[in-house]
Design a binder for this molecule. Structure first.
Ligand code: GTP
Ligand code: MG
Length: 210
């Protein structure tokens, strides 16, 4: 069978691999910015605004699937123009207030451009999903230029993450939509979890007030 030589194949893949590498750099930049804020917080206030931070790069197959769903022809330029979530950073905070404090501190940094904000905490999805989503652009400094890359940052509490992780598992176990009864049950669980977040936040407020 006649095919491309390995060198040719690698050469044609280079622009895509280069794009992915830039997203990886942007993701590292955002993660570092958040870790720096965490470090400063623990020095100044003796507490950490987040529990964990995780970064992930969207897999090529997921990129192809999403481009297809959006009806976009596959090209490196189109991928960069169309998708906001190739680089993703998830920040798991202890308390709801930490989410807004941390997000505000990130966004006000003068090299960060806020592209979009979706507040699913103030406005939960109908299924009960809660998180704060930001799309930001962060510059990465290459040998001869500066390039702004988009990164999706999701902020949620441990409680919100607990719900989202389990809901995700339940959703992808079966490729069918949940029945109305199950959807209502999931939403009810999200409400309980949310009121726990509020109570824990209130406990902290009381302790801080002394
Ligand atoms: P996507 O095409 O999924 O990226 O949706 P979108 O572009 O409208 O963005 P949105 O901000 O709604 O969601 C982006 C990401 O948030 C998803 O890829 C998930 O990681 C997470 N997410 C959104 N909705 C849900 C949900 O109902 N359940 C769970 N578990 N995660 C969700
Ligand atoms: Mg997404």
């Amino acid at each position: 069978m006649e095919g491309e030589r390995p060198e040719e194949l690698l050469e044609s893949a280079f622009p895509f691999l280069e794009l992915m590498s830039r997203y990886r750099c942007a993701m590292m930049e955002v993660e570092t910015k958040l870790r720096v804020l965490d470090e400063e917080f623990s020095m100044t206030y003796n507490r950490n605004p987040f529990e964990t931070i995780k970064s992930r790069l969207k897999k090529p197959i997921s990129i192809i699937d999403k481009m297809r769903r959006k009806g976009m022809p596959l090209s490196v330029e189109n991928i960069e123009r169309t998708l906001n979530d190739i680089a993703g950073v998830r920040v798991i905070c202890s308390f709801p207030d930490d989410i807004y404090a941390l997000a505000a501190m990130l966004v006000k940094q003068d090299d960060i451009k806020l592209i979009e904000k979706k507040d699913y905490i103030a406005h939960p999805k109908p299924n009960g999903y809660r998180s704060l989503h930001l799309i930001v652009e962060v510059p990465i400094f290459l040998s001869n230029c500066k390039k702004y890359m988009r990164v999706e940052v999701q902020f949620r509490t441990i409680a919100m993450d607990f719900w989202a992780s389990l809901e995700h598992k339940l959703k992808y176990k079966k490729e069918i939509d949940h029945s109305e009864e199950i959807a209502q049950e999931l939403e009810a669980c999200a409400e309980i979890i949310s009121s726990m977040d509020e109570r824990m936040q209130e406990i902290r407020n009381r302790i801080e007030r002394g």
